[in-house]
Write a protein of this length. Structure first.
Length: 364
């Protein structure tokens, strides 16, 4: 298991990574399906992801509830499986990618300060490199209270900031909050996922105005993935602030295709070219349309996690679409919508890649 110094972690994140948000595979009796949970982790490693995020919204926030007792076991299983799978990778992780860039493990942290610090301790002991800090439990707090919380957690584990959209449990966080958040020394990255263009630009502007060039900006806007990765903002300071990678629920599915697209965009950025191929914009709009079906936008994201699991179920990576939340089910017609976008946009999928390796990933 790779231990990283803070500078090494910053370097890895600033290179730009594809980080899938790891789902939770369950049996029909709501027990962790270890065989398929391991298969998912092996899939992400084999697909060329640069890390995984576990214990986050896509995993299901109920795993943080002591009544399930799943936070440590789920994180441990992912860490152990990723380590084993990485040993089997060739020296070149994928075309044009240096094997020196480590596989970054991100642990979801939630709740009040005492709970988040407890989880940070667990994650650190399991070899996780940083914590994605959700502020969903701080909906009624002041900015000063939230920032004090962030500083305390950051003293235990490097922090990956998280702007979660209000529709799925987040809250609005203004420019002033992000400007002060960027002053916390142990902040290594920010996942920007308000699903709102105005709010997205505020975060980028706040980080740019802070003068911090060592904070990696990651898109979490599953509705605007390609446009976010192509976007720069005008700024008088050093460089053009932009998203270097993504930490996304959408990237929990069709991950091999996501890596291939991301590598293409990353290489384009490295050339310094400014013209954007029109087909990338078309690809982006197709991906947004597919995400609408998977995340169940028509029903205010009610079927978001089951939608992700439905894609994986069709590929054989999970057995069902069950989550730990009884209220989370595929919405009426959602499965048909997912089937339709798979048919309309075959270039988004990685079905052939999964079919080729599935038996290997499912082995004990």
């Amino acid at each position: 298991m790779t231990t990283l110094t803070l500078p090494e972690l910053r370097y890895a994140l600033l290179q730009g990574l594809v980080i899938p948000a790891h789902p939770l595979a369950l049996t029909n009796s709501l027990v962790v399906d270890e065989q398929h949970q391991r298969a998912l982790t092996r899939y992400y490693v084999a697909a060329g992801a640069g890390g995984v995020a576990v214990g986050v919204h896509t995993t299901g926030f109920p795993i943080h509830d002591p009544k399930w007792g799943l936070y440590e076991p789920v994180l441990a299983l992912a860490a152990e499986t990723a380590t084993d799978a990485l040993h089997k990778r060739t020296a070149e992780l994928r075309d044009g990618w240096s094997a020196a860039v480590p596989f970054v493990r991100v642990a979801g942290l939630i709740g009040n300060t005492a709970n988040a610090i407890r989880e940070a301790g667990i994650a650190g002991a399991l070899g996780y490199h940083c914590g994605l800090l959700s502020l969903g439990a701080w909906r009624d707090a002041t900015s000063s209270e939230m920032l004090a919380h962030c500083r305390e957690v950051a003293s235990v584990i490097p922090v990956f900031g998280f702007y979660l959209q209000p529709a799925v449990g987040g809250r609005l966080l203004d420019y002033a909050f992000w400007r002060e958040f960027a002053e916390i020394p142990q902040v290594v990255a920010i996942k920007v996922a308000p699903f709102n263009r105005y709010a997205t630009l505020e975060v980028l502007r706040a980080v740019a105005d802070s003068g911090r060039t060592d904070i990696a900006l990651y898109t979490g806007n599953d509705d605007a993935i390609v446009s976010d990765l192509l976007m720069d903002i005008a700024h008088a300071g050093f460089g053009a602030p932009h998203f270097v990678g993504g930490l996304l629920g959408q990237w929990a599915v069709w991950t091999r295709s996501a890596v291939q697209l991301f590598d293409t965009i990353r290489e384009w950025r490295m050339t310094g070219r400014t013209e954007i191929p029109r087909e990338w914009l078309t690809y982006g709009s197709s991906l947004t349309e597919a995400n609408a079906a998977i995340f169940d936008v028509a029903n205010s994201f009610a079927g978001c996690l089951p939608g992700i699991l439905e894609v994986l179920r069709r590929q054989g990576l999970v057995r069902n679409t069950l989550t730990l939340d009884d209220g989370e089910r595929l919405s009426p017609g959602q499965s048909q919508l997912i089937a339709a976008v798979r048919t309309r946009f075959p270039s988004l999928t990685d079905d052939a890649f999964v079919a080729e390796h599935l038996d290997e990933w499912l082995r004990p």
